[in-house]
Design a protein around this ligand. Structure first.
Ligand SMILES: [Zn+2]
Length: 293
């Protein structure tokens, strides 16, 4: 993918190195103070408090010693590359989707992308990096733990830069669904659903549509901006296969149970990404009325 040197989005919030809301560090300090109080009484608390204040005034963040990370003052070169990459891909999605919306006579409200490490607090609650990248309709932000890229590479064996772009474009796909009202319809349908299997089926349709939108994005990013290299789409398809529900369950040594699927099979994810990529037409991404998913 020819991503270097391209326009970078300004809609990225870099929260890497910031503890989620600072609550972690403060909580540890409180526990520490309670322990000191129980052992040494109030005098001990005052001494430790003064020591902390002294460190703080000397320019040292005492929270660092209590395990709470303070905001990163510098990022190493690898992180800077990740940041540039994420900003470029987000900018490419802005360009493609604002053109699509414009063609349909409306404005594209750009989402914000939050990069975080460890854990993060969103309008959808607290999440850890283990949850993977997600989109929160409540604040219209994409949340991305930068370590996920390494995980794509190592755990899912989907190396290359395109799979990472595909993941971002998929989350932006959920943003599109929020704007168009599809997300609300799906949630209402899930509440009416009889049982978990039916609710999951709606979730699968929604996820496959986001995959299709990622394909639509790749189509236009390449057409307008000569963005892709040979092999990028194959990389993307390999990634789509690696994160199919059947493959994930099989690789985890579990029985493959279709009624528990929430994202679709490897074959379905590949098929819908391809549908979007080949056509470049978001109208073709109607997974909710598809003859066969
Ligand atoms: Zn998704």
């Amino acid at each position: 993918m020819k991503w270097r040197g391209r326009r970078q989005s300004r809609n990225v919030e870099d929260r890497r190195g910031v503890s989620a809301g600072g609550a972690g560090g403060a909580g540890i300090i409180l526990l520490l103070l309670r322990f000191i109080f129980s052992r040494f009484g109030l005098g001990g608390v005052v001494v430790v408090g003064l020591a902390g204040l002294g460190l703080y005034m000397a320019g040292v963040d005492p929270l660092q010693f209590a395990g709470g990370a303070s905001p990163a003052t510098h990022a190493d070169p690898v992180d800077d590359e990740t940041s540039e990459f994420v900003r470029v891909i987000l900018a490419e999605t802005e360009d493609v989707w604002s053109r699509q919306f414009e063609a349909a006579g409306s404005d594209y409200p750009e989402p914000t992308l939050v990069m975080f490490s460890g854990g993060v607090t969103s309008a959808c609650g607290r999440a850890s990096a283990a949850a993977g990248p997600f989109y929160c309709p409540g604040d219209r932000k994409v949340y991305l733990d930068a370590s996920f890229f390494q995980e794509l590479d190592q755990r899912f064996n989907a190396p290359g830069d395109f799979p990472a772009a595909y993941v971002i474009a998929h989350e932006v796909g959920h943003h599109i669904q929020t704007i168009t009202g599809v997300s609300d319809e799906v949630r209402a349908a899930q509440q009416r659903a009889k049982g978990e299997a039916e609710a999951n089926a709606y979730q699968v349709m929604m996820e496959l549509q986001a995959d299709c939108y990622a394909g639509v994005w790749a189509h236009h990013a390449d057409r307008y901006g000569d963005f892709l290299d040979d092999g990028d789409i194959e990389e993307g398809l390999r990634a789509a296969a690696a994160i199919g529900d059947d493959t994930l369950q099989r690789n985890a040594g579990r029985r493959v149970t279709p009624e528990s699927f929430t994202h679709g099979t490897s074959a379905q994810r590949q098929r819908w990404f391809t549908t979007g990529y080949r056509s470049g037409d978001a109208a073709r991404c109607d997974t909710f009325n598809a003859q066969n998913l």
